[in-house]
Design a protein. Structure first.
Length: 178
């Protein structure tokens, strides 16, 4: 069982005419498309069987580009959506992310690794909800943009610790920074 928590690739953050936290949100830049391609190559090497993605344009494009590299399905999953920072309670974000994660764990046991393409804030909350220590996450939140726990098109690998009822976490992929 293996789950990859993936942040969408680089969108056009300069667009002020499109709200970032309301669907569709901004699309990917050409650099983001290249990041998504590289993500697809990485996920292919990990034998990812299926990708689920947030309904935002940047996540959908990331997942569809990566899935095309792997020749696997990419499926929209509303529970992976961006945090509606102005009006969505943390408990609601946690609940919807955990729900998708738990279903993915069950599915992964049957078909192999699963990728979940979401957003930095919801991914950070999910990692902490799964038992990652705040001190373990802190250096990553300082390293990447706007306190995100991974870069655009980055992926955390989550798996079960052998013989224990807890999760292991590893930042498994960061795209080339060039």
């Amino acid at each position: 069982m293996k789950i990859f928590l993936i942040r969408h690739a680089r969108p056009d953050w300069e667009r002020r005419d499109i709200p970032y936290d309301i669907v569709p949100g901004p699309a990917l830049l050409p650099k983001g498309e290249k990041e998504a391609q590289a993500l697809g190559e990485f996920l292919k090497s990990e034998s990812v069987a299926r990708l689920y993605y947030s309904p935002f344009e940047r996540s959908a494009m990331t997942a569809k580009i990566a899935a095309a590299v792997m020749d696997i399905p990419a499926i929209e999953e509303k529970g992976l959506a961006e945090w509606r920072s102005l009006d969505e309670p943390e408990a609601h974000v946690r609940e919807r992310m955990l729900s998708v994660f738990e279903r993915s764990v069950t599915e992964s046991e049957d078909i192999g690794p699963i990728g979940l393409v979401s957003h930095g804030g919801p991914i950070a909350l999910l990692l902490l909800s799964l038992g990652m220590d705040t001190n373990q996450l802190a250096p990553y939140r300082k390293k990447f943009d706007t306190t995100n726990p991974l870069p655009p098109a980055g992926a955390w690998q989550v798996g079960k610790v052998d013989g224990a009822d807890r999760w292991s976490f590893r930042l498994a992929f960061t795209p080339d920074a060039s």
